[in-house]
Design a binder for this molecule. Structure first.
Ligand SMILES: [Zn+2]
Length: 142
């Protein structure tokens, strides 16, 4: 599945305090569809606009799985990504979703960690969705 096959639908946004340091942070969210078809993920992006990505990372928390009629939290997992600019350029990696607020979301069955995600098809899906959101949700301008 290529990135172009995802359609990003931006939804709400809010301002609040960063989960890690309490700095003023922005949060945006939306859903991702497989092209012209069903919803495949919800995404939540949080970042601190006052600080460059070299100083403070952005996070993307994803809920991946089945969303249609008759589906439940047991069919969905949480995957969290950390995005920052390091010495080597942009870095994107999977972090432990169980330590994120997303883990308590009632829509989530299990919150996964890097060992669950890396090397599984979920990694490709999560990174593909990240790229699609970066390309299509213009609110995340850092
Ligand atoms: Zn922070």
């Amino acid at each position: 599945m290529t990135n172009q096959s995802y359609e990003v639908e931006p939804l709400g946004q809010t301002k609040g305090s960063c989960e890690c340091c309490g700095a003023a942070r922005r949060a945006i969210w939306g859903v991702v569809h497989a092209a012209g078809a069903e919803t495949v993920a919800s995404y939540f992006v949080t970042w601190v606009p006052e600080q460059a990505l070299t100083v403070h990372p952005a996070h993307m928390d994803l809920i991946l799985g089945a969303w249609g009629e008759g589906t439940g939290a047991a069919e969905r997992v949480a995957v969290s990504l950390l995005f920052q600019h390091g010495a080597e350029g942009a870095e994107l990696r999977v972090i432990d979703a169980s330590g994120r607020k997303i883990a308590k979301n009632p829509l989530v069955g299990v919150a996964l960690g890097p060992d669950d995600v890396m090397g599984s098809p979920l990694a490709k899906t999560a990174f593909g969705i990240f790229d699609a959101v970066m390309a299509q949700d213009v609110r995340f301008a850092v």
